[in-house]
Design a protein around this ligand. Structure first.
Ligand code: NAP
Length: 211
């Protein structure tokens, strides 16, 4: 990664599979928060999911590489899939902080639904000290209607939560998997390279996905 990076976006997600909603979100965050680069980090073994119910990490990582290839500001990272054991965001942020040093500001971007669970994540205060948090959500979804306490929780820790409304957030990995299983089209929901990769590797052909 270029030395001149000062503000680094981190797109954390299972990316099963990565889709245009994720890419549009990252590009929007890059503009709004003046990010120099966005690192896409597929989770290894998410703490809240049954490992057998998600697609092999190498497939998810390869699709992430393919999807981010054409944007010079995007890069895919193996940091979470190469670390053994359960993937905790605190470990991701600590290792990026060590790698880039304290002169680089970290902006952790993920879905609002995931951020609403942050109170139960490992070492929440340390998390907030290491990065700014950006919750991506679809327009019209008012975070305060779903989690009125979240702003208060961030304020209690001396921080604030950034909310980014992204129209393309209506696209979802769950819907894409269902479409592939049913034989429906996913064209224009995922990059063409990802569509071909899914087809070639026969991913999501059945509800058992660890192929
Ligand atoms: P999830 O529960 O599968 O996703 C929740 C919602 O957020 C879904 O609607 C999902 O849509 C969306 N989403 C996920 N990643 C996104 C992204 N980067 N940009 C925009 N929307 C996104 O959440 P997850 O993907 O497993 O986890 C999200 C991140 O939180 C990961 O980096 C994970 O490591 C971290 N996390 C950490 C802990 C912990 O440290 N204890 C616990 C849970 C999660 P799609 O399904 O379409 O992606």
């Amino acid at each position: 990664m270029a030395e001149k990076v000062k503000r680094l976006g981190i797109m954390g997600g299972t990316f099963d599979p990565i889709h245009y909603g994720h890419l549009v979100t990252a590009e929007a965050a890059r503009g709004v928060y003046a990010l120099d680069q966005v690192l896409f980090i597929p989770s290894g073994v998410p703490p809240h999911k049954d490992a057998a119910s998600i697609t092999d990490a190498e497939h998810r990582y390869t699709m992430t590489v393919l999807a981010t290839l054409t944007n010079p500001h995007f890069e895919a990272s193996r940091v979470d899939i190469d670390r053994t054991g359960t993937t905790y965001t605190i470990d991701t942020l600590k290792s990026l902080n060590e790698e880039f040093g304290e002169t680089v500001s970290l902006y952790f971007i993920t879905g609002a639904d995931a951020i609403m669970e942050i109170v139960s994540w490992k070492e929440p205060q340390a998390l907030l000290d290491l990065a700014e948090f950006i919750a991506a959500t679809r327009p019209g979804f008012a975070l305060e209607d779903h989690a009125a306490w979240i702003d208060e929780w961030f304020a209690h820790h001396g921080k604030s939560l950034n909310v980014l409304q992204v129209p393309a957030m209506a696209i979802s990995s769950t819907d894409i998997r269902r479409r592939v299983t049913e034989g429906s089209s996913v064209r224009y929901l995922v990059p063409e390279t990802v569509e071909f990769y899914i087809r070639k590797n026969r991913l999501y052909r059945s509800n058992h996905r660890n192929s």
